[in-house]
Design a protein around this ligand. Structure first.
Ligand code: FES
Length: 137
């Protein structure tokens, strides 16, 4: 085998390996991305875990969420991340509000700002009621 032909064979071999490696990585990336997104999309809790007039904190994907069972208005869910500087708000059963421990911002149970520095309402999180379960996400 001549030197030139040998180099062509080697380059073709290396090119094939590179192509297969990138193709494999791309294929795995495309397959895994939707699966991960689907995993973090929904979580299910029982309705009994959120008492009337109470709330339950859950983690939905990377988001801290509070699910609230509002008297006479039903279930609702929000991201617990305060819209001021990102502290996690806490549900106050006695005051029926969400309160930020960092700078005292308060939110009504519909997520709107009632007082303090938060510039905008809490981000709502979709929920769906199916029988005795609450599907979050
Ligand atoms: S971070 Fe919530 S009021 Fe400042």
């Amino acid at each position: 085998m001549k030197r030139r032909k040998f180099l062509k064979v080697i380059l073709a071999f290396l090119g094939s390996i590179t192509f297969v490696s990138f193709g494999n990585a791309l294929f795995r990336l495309l397959l895994s991305a939707p699966a991960k997104a689907a995993e973090s999309k929904k979580i299910v809790i029982r309705k009994t875990e959120v008492p009337y007039g109470g709330a339950k904190n859950v983690i939905w994907g990377d988001t801290a969420v509070v699910v609230i069972n509002r008297p006479e208005k039903g279930l609702i869910a929000f991201s617990r991340t305060c819209t001021h500087f990102g502290c996690l708000v806490e549900f106050s059963k006695s005051r029926q509000k969400l309160i930020c421990p960092c700078h005292g911002g308060t939110y009504a149970l519909d997520g709107t700002v009632e007082s303090g520095p938060p510039p905008k309402p809490l981000t709502s999180v979709p929920i769906k009621i199916e029988g005795e379960t609450i599907i979050i996400g």
